[in-house]
Each structure stands twice: as structure tokens, then as C-alpha cells.
Design a protein around this ligand. Structure first.
Ligand SMILES: Cc1cc2nc3c(=O)[nH]c(=O)nc-3n(C[C@H](O)[C@H](O)[C@H](O)COP(=O)(O)OP(=O)(O)OC[C@H]3O[C@@H](n4cnc5c(N)ncnc54)[C@H](O)[C@@H]3O)c2cc1C
Length: 376
């Protein structure tokens, strides 16, 4: 077992962290400077795990996660980094792994370079944790399919240029009857809804996407008809494993922040750090961070070595998301009244971390996945 990083990996992490800090010092962007989305493209995030022949970074799961961890630590706008991660893992990766050569060549270089924003549209009003019976239908017609129905909670939905979505093509076949599609925003019959007013990650707009007799050519099918559920679960494997490295970076930033605060703030004639109740709270934050980190790297290792990744992905997603939420609560407490104010960003970490326990499958669903892996 080897816990060290290579020199190249060390350098990439340090360079990305420094570049992210420099690029996002003073969000929103300076006049004339590149837009935040393009700055993420410059950091290599938008296509990190996409093969280099399509304009991506060609990184494996562990290196992709480490890059995301650096950006999550250096960029204070967690919603923006989440938007990029959803674009990469739930959209670019299914296109790279299951799209036709025409789709890959047409879309991926522009998605990796920041020209296009992508959104994953799976959730429906009646299909959240259970996506085995989709109400959105895709009816075969000459040359393609007609999509009908409404998706919801689509991150990037209001602003996306391209959508990866899933619809029922064979209602009798249950979860084997869904198919994945790539749909361009300007396709007649596709209507993105207004942005939702939500608790956290506010720079990632989310909303509904409605299809009304929306014609999608057969060439825009991902994989084969009927493979939708498997393709979606594969993309969730990328999300559950790599995306949550963003929340390792967030926790690292919170630990740095509270350590600096309690070392300089004095009450009762002593530094806050001198009170054991305070220092032990930070020790618990660090313990959660490092435990989640080990599980996440282990899950990435399973992906990179083609080991069945479900058990470690679910454990890692559960640990890192719950840890981010608990540590954000602790950070607010440690900063006292300052932590409760909008300025400073610690209250935003609390709001942002809540979402992590819901998307990519709730904590209950991760526990259920682990239970199944244990044969329960
Ligand atoms: C920030 C954020 C971003 C999102 N981005 C996207 C996106 O880009 N694309 C997309 O398609 N969707 C997205 N979603 C939707 C997300 O995938 C769903 O919200 C999630 O899967 C839960 O579904 P639901 O909201 O319908 O809750 P429900 O499924 O109704 O669950 C409600 C509660 O019941 C529990 N529950 C449900 N079933 C079980 C069970 N079998 N055992 C135990 N407990 C259970 C859940 O854990 C939860 O506590 C996003 C959601 C959030 C919050």
C-alpha cells in the first residue's frame, strides 16, 4: 500500500490550488477578465477525465478527484464548482463513454473548453430516489424519437446548451426500458424553466426542462435503446466517487479558516484555541475530513483499477457529504456571530453542504446501496 503522491501529482495539486486561489480571488470576475466558467476551463476542470483526443485532460478518477479537491479548496464559490462537476461527470463522461463518434467530436471539445454548458436531466416530480419508472417518454418515429414530459431539479438547466436526459422507450420493461439521449437546447419542443430559488449553491442555477414532441435523432441516443438506467448509474459512479472531492476541498478550507480564527481570537483573557472544547471541535472536523478522504481515494482507486466500485463509492459519498455538513455546522459555531453573517462565506458552506447529502442519491439511498453490497 502506497499513501504518497508522485512529484507530478504533487505539482498538479499545488499549481491548481494556487491558480484557483488567484482566479477566484474577488469573485465575481474582474471587468474584462475571463468569465468564471472559462476560468474553470483554464484550470482543466471542465474536461479533466475526458480523453485528450476530445480536448480533455485524460485523467483517471483519482487524479480527477485530486484536481477537483484543489479547486474546491481554492475557489470560494462552491456552487460554481458543483455546476462544473455536474457538467463533467453526469454529461461529458456519458457522452465520452457511450456517445457516437459524431457526438463526441461535435460536443466534447467545446464542453471541455468552456464554450458549452451541459446539464443532466434525470429527476422527475414522481421519480427522485427511485428512477426506475420514468414518466418522460421517448416514442420511436422515423429517424429518431419524440420526447414528451418534464424533468426537474436540473442543475445548469436554465443556462445549458446541451442536455443529457433519460426517457422511457419501453414501458413494459421497467428499468430496462429507459434510454439516454443528448438533446441540444435549440431543439424545437425543448423548454428550460425559470431558475429555482434554492437554499445553497446558488451560482449553479437549477430548474425544470420540458419536452413537447421534441424530435431527437437516433444518432443522439447514448449506447443502445434500453441501456439508459445502466448509463445513468455509470455516470452516478463518477459523481459519487469524484465529485465529492469538491467537498474535501471545502472542508480543508473550513479547517484552515477556523484554526486561524481560534488562534487569534481571545475571550476570557485567553485564545479560543486554549479552550479544550474549542480545539477538540476542530480535531473532530479534521478526523471527519481525513476519514472521508481515505474512503474517497479508495473509491477512486477502485474505479481506476476496474474493481466493482459501488461499495466504496457509496461509503465515500455518504461519509464526505455528511462530514461536510457536520463540519460546516461546527465552523459556524466556532466563528460565533461572525459565522452567522453572509459576509465571510462560512454560512454559505453550511447551505452548500446540505445539498451534498441529497444529490447523487440521498444518504439513505447510499446506506441502502451499502446494505445490498453486504447481502442484507
Ligand atoms: C443541489 C441539488 C442538485 C441536484 N441536481 C440534479 C441534477 O442535476 N439532475 C437531476 O436529474 N436531479 C438533480 N437533483 C435531484 C436529486 O437527484 C434528487 O433530489 C434526489 O435523488 C432525491 O430525490 P427526491 O428529491 O425526489 O426525494 P425523495 O426520493 O422523495 O426522498 C425524500 C426522502 O425519502 C427518503 N427515501 C426515499 N426512498 C428511500 C428508501 N428506499 N429508503 C430510505 N429512505 C428513502 C430520502 O432519503 C429522502 O430523505 C438535485 C438535487 C439537489 C438538492
Amino acid at each position: 500500500m502506497e499513501f504518497g503522491w508522485t512529484t507530478d501529482q504533487e505539482r498538479r495539486y499545488a499549481d491548481t490550488l494556487a491558480a484557483a486561489r488567484a482566479a477566484f480571488d474577488g469573485v465575481p470576475s474582474a471587468p474584462g477578465g475571463p468569465k468564471p466558467w472559462l476560468r474553470l476551463a483554464d484550470l482543466g476542470l471542465l474536461g479533466a477525465s475526458v480523453p485528450t483526443r476530445y480536448g480533455g485532460g485524460g485523467l483517471g478518477a483519482l487524479d480527477t478527484a485530486r484536481l477537483l479537491e484543489a479547486v474546491g479548496r481554492g475557489c470560494p464559490d462552491t456552487g460554481l464548482v458543483f455546476a462544473a462537476s455536474a457538467h463533467l461527470f453526469a454529461c461529458a463522461m456519458p457522452i465520452a463513454e457511450f456517445g457516437s463518434e459524431e457526438l463526441r467530436q461535435r460536443l466534447l471539445p467545446r464542453m471541455c473548453g468552456g464554450e458549452l454548458v451541459a446539464a443532466n436531466a434525470m429527476t422527475e416530480a414522481e421519480a427522485g430516489s427511485d428512477v426506475s419508472r420514468l414518466a418522460v417518454t421517448a416514442t420511436p418515429v422515423d429517424g429518431g424519437y419524440l420526447l414528451n414530459g418534464t424533468k426537474t431539479f436540473v442543475s445548469n438547466g436554465p443556462v445549458a446548451d446541451v442536455y443529457v436526459t433519460y426517457a422511457t422507450t419501453d414501458p413494459q420493461a421497467g428499468h430496462l426500458g429507459s434510454t439516454g439521449f443528448v438533446v441540444d437546447r435549440d431543439t424545437p419542443g425543448l423548454t428550460p424553466g425559470e431558475p429555482f430559488d434554492k437554499l445553497g449553491m446558488t451560482s449553479c442555477q437549477a430548474g425544470t426542462v420540458t419536452f413537447e414532441d421534441c424530435f431527437v435523432p437516433a444518432g443522439n441516443v447514448l449506447g443502445e435503446p434500453g441501456q439508459g438506467a445502466a448509463i445513468f448509474q455509470h455516470s452516478m459512479g463518477w459523481e459519487r466517487t469524484c465529485l465529492f472531492a469538491l467537498f474535501l476541498g471545502l472542508q480543508e478550507a473550513l479547517v484552515e479558516r477556523v484554526v486561524a480564527h481560534v488562534r487569534q481570537r481571545r475571550q476570557f483573557g485567553r485564545r479560543l484555541a486554549d479552550f479544550q472544547a474549542v480545539s477538540h471541535r476542530i480535531v473532530d472536523m479534521k478526523l471527519r475530513l481525513e476519514s472521508g478522504r481515505l474512503l474517497l481515494y479508495r473509491a477512486c482507486w477502485a474505479m481506476d483499477t476496474d474493481e466493482h466500485p459501488v461499495l466504496f463509492s457509496a461509503l465515500s459519498k455518504l461519509a464526505v457529504s455528511e462530514s461536510a455538513l457536520a463540519s460546516a455546522v461546527d465552523a459556524v459555531k466556532l466563528l460565533g456571530g461572525q459565522g452567522y453573517l453572509r459576509e465571510g462565506g462560512v454560512e454559505a458552506a453550511l447551505r452548500d453542504a446540505m445539498g451534498a447529502t441529497i444529490f447523487s442519491g440521498t444518504s439513505d439511498i447510499q446506506r441502502q446501496l451499502v446494505a445490498v453490497e453486504l447481502g442484507l
